[in-house]
Design a binder for this molecule. Structure first.
Ligand SMILES: Cc1ncc(COP(=O)(O)O)c(C=O)c1O
Length: 289
C-alpha cells in the first residue's frame, strides 16, 4: 500500500493523521473508490466530477481545487505502477478542536491510498454471492443523500456485519418504504424477460460509476435498461441478478434470503455484460506515466 499525504507518497505503514481530524471524530468528509484497469484510472473524470460535487454539498473546499486533486490521483497511480489496483481518495474536514463545528477546521485534508483489493474471493466472483436482507434501512435522501459518498458508512458497515454473522456474503439494504436501495457498497441489477433493471437513486442507491457503465453497455448490446423501483419479490422472480461497484467489480448474485436467483448459476445476460465490461474498461480510463 502507498499513500499520498501532505504532498508526499509514502509506504502505507508510515502514513499518519492527527486524532483531531474531524473525518475521524465526526465522519465529516467524503471519498471516492476508483479502479485501475489495464494501467489506466477507470473513468477518472466521472470520479472527479462526483467528488467535486460531494465536496460542494458539504461546503468543503478541496485544497488546490479539483485539478490538483486529479493530479494527486495520477501521481499516486504512477508511484504504484500496477496494471490493476484500487484507489481510495479521501477529503476530510481536517484538524480542529473537539466539538462538531466544521467552521473551526481551517483546512481540509486530502489523502490518496492505493493498494490491491478483493471484496469477494475469486470463487465467489465465479459462482455468485449470497445476500441476506438487512434489518437496517438505508437512510433516506432527506437524512443523508446517497449521492454523496460521505465518510458516514456505519449503516453500510453494520449491514455487512449482519450479513456475515448470518453466513452470507453481503447485505441487501431496503429503504424506509421497503424498496431495494443497494447492497452494502454495490449497486443491484435485476434481469427479467431480457430487461435490465436497477433501482433509481431516489430509492437510496448511490449513482455508481460502474452502474452507469453497465447501463451503457447493456443499452449498446440492445437490452432495454430501466431505472425502476424494485422490491425483494423482483429479486426472487429475477432470471438473473448481479452487483456492481468499484470495489466489488461486476459479480453475480446467487441467492437472496436462501432463495436461489434464477437457476443459481451466472446467467447469459450477466456473462455477456461482464465480458463487455472487462473488454471495455481499460479503454475508458486515463493513462498515467
Ligand atoms: C454505497 C455504495 N453503493 C454503490 C457503490 C458502487 O459505486 P461505484 O460503481 O461508483 O463504485 C459504492 C462504491 O463502491 C458504494 O459505496
Amino acid at each position: 500500500m502507498r499513500v499520498w499525504i501532505d504532498g508526499h507518497i509514502v509506504d502505507g505503514s508510515e502514513a499518519r493523521i492527527p486524532v483531531t481530524d474531524h473525518g475521524l471524530l465526526y465522519g465529516d468528509g467524503i471519498f471516492e473508490g476508483m479502479r485501475i484497469y489495464g494501467r489506466r484510472v477507470f473513468r477518472l473524470e466521472d470520479h472527479m466530477a462526483r467528488f467535486a460535487v460531494a465536496a460542494k454539498a458539504l461546503a468543503l473546499e478541496l485544497p488546490g481545487g479539483i485539478r490538483a486533486t486529479r493530479q494527486i490521483v495520477l501521481d499516486t497511480a504512477s508511484d504504484f505502477a500496477a496494471d490493476e489496483a484500487y484507489i481510495r481518495l479521501i477529503a476530510t474536514r481536517g484538524d480542529g478542536p473537539l466539538g462538531i463545528d466544521p467552521t473551526t477546521c481551517p483546512e481540509p485534508r486530502l489523502l490518496c491510498i492505493i493498494d490491491r483489493i478483493a471484496v469477494y474471493s475469486e470463487e465467489k466472483q465465479r459462482v455468485g454471492v449470497d445476500l441476506v436482507t438487512s434489518s437496517l434501512r438505508r437512510p433516506s435522501p432527506d437524512v443523508l443523500d446517497p449521492r454523496v459518498k460521505s465518510l458516514n458508512y456505519l449503516n453500510n458497515a453494520l449491514a455487512k456485519l449482519e450479513a456475515k454473522q448470518h453466513g452470507a456474503d453481503d447485505a441487501l439494504l431496503l429503504n424506509a418504504a421497503g424498496m431495494i436501495a443497494e447492497a452494502a457498497v454495490a449497486n443491484v441489477f435485476v434481469v427479467r424477460d431480457g430487461d435490465v433493471l436497477t433501482p433509481p437513486s431516489t430509492d437510496g442507491a448511490l449513482e455508481g460509476i460502474t452502474r452507469a457503465t453497465l447501463m451503457g453497455l447493456a443499452t449498446a448490446h440492445g437490452f432495454r435498461v430501466l431505472e425502476k423501483s424494485l422490491g425483494r419479490f423482483d429479486l426472487f422472480a429475477a432470471d438473473e441478478a448481479f452487483l456492481t461497484g468499484s470495489g466489488a467489480g461486476v459479480v453475480p448474485i446467487r441467492s437472496l434470503d436462501a432463495r436461489t436467483i434464477g437457476d443459481g448459476s451466472p446467467g447469459p445476460v450477466y456473462q455477456k455484460l461482464r465480458a463487455a465490461f472487462i473488454e471495455a474498461a481499460p479503454s475508458m480510463g486515463v493513462a498515467f506515466e
